[in-house]
Design a protein around this ligand. Structure first.
Ligand SMILES: [Zn+2]
Length: 66
């Protein structure tokens, strides 16, 4: 990881209230993959609809390593 890299993170609770899952990745694409895998396992979501994807993308936060 370089000093200038920015991590992207998401808390599932932003989309599914009460869920404690959090994911961090270096790219949005990678993060969405992790969220999709979690959603399938934990929430029975087998299809990432455009509506759901929009919610997830809105919940993504950029985090700068200190
Ligand atoms: Zn969840």
């Amino acid at each position: 990881m370089t000093e200038n890299s920015t991590e992207k993170c998401i808390a599932c609770a932003s989309v599914v209230p009460g869920c404690g899952f959090e994911a961090t990745a270096l790219t949005e694409e990678e993060l969405l993959k992790m969220v999709a895998a979690h959603a399938a396992h934990a929430h029975g979501v087998t299809e990432l609809t455009p509506e759901l994807a929009a919610k997830v993308k809105a919940a993504i936060q950029n985090r700068r390593p200190e």
